[in-house]
Design a binder for this molecule. Structure first.
Ligand code: FES
Length: 99
């Protein structure tokens, strides 16, 4: 597992991008849970950072595709593939992902 950040770095944010081994990793926070994805929307390969999170889904800030936080599956167009979900662990407030 690779160290991404401390949970305090997400304070007040619903998501944030971090670079881990030169890869963009998006950490999302929703109702006390954390989720990690490769931060690349499969529609136009853009970052999802700053996208709204609602009803367990993250919405791409560029064209509004939505993805399930639990699975990464696409829930609405214009994307038609899901996000790459990463497994995540929290130890002593530190967030780790498997890349
Ligand atoms: S880049 Fe995400 S929906 Fe277009």
């Amino acid at each position: 597992m690779e160290l991404v950040c401390n949970t305090s770095e997400l304070a007040g944010l619903s998501n944030k991008q971090f670079k881990v081994n030169n890869k963009p990793v998006l950490i999302c926070s929703f109702e006390g849970n954390y989720f990690a994805f490769i931060d690349q929307c499969p529609h136009a390969m853009k970052s999802l950072e700053g996208g709204k999170i609602k009803n367990g889904k993250i919405f791409c800030p560029l064209h509004g595709a939505s993805f399930d936080l639990e699975t990464g599956d696409v829930k609405s167009p214009p994307a038609f593939r899901g996000l790459t979900k990463l497994s995540l662990e929290i130890k002593q407030e530190q967030i780790y992902v498997a890349l």
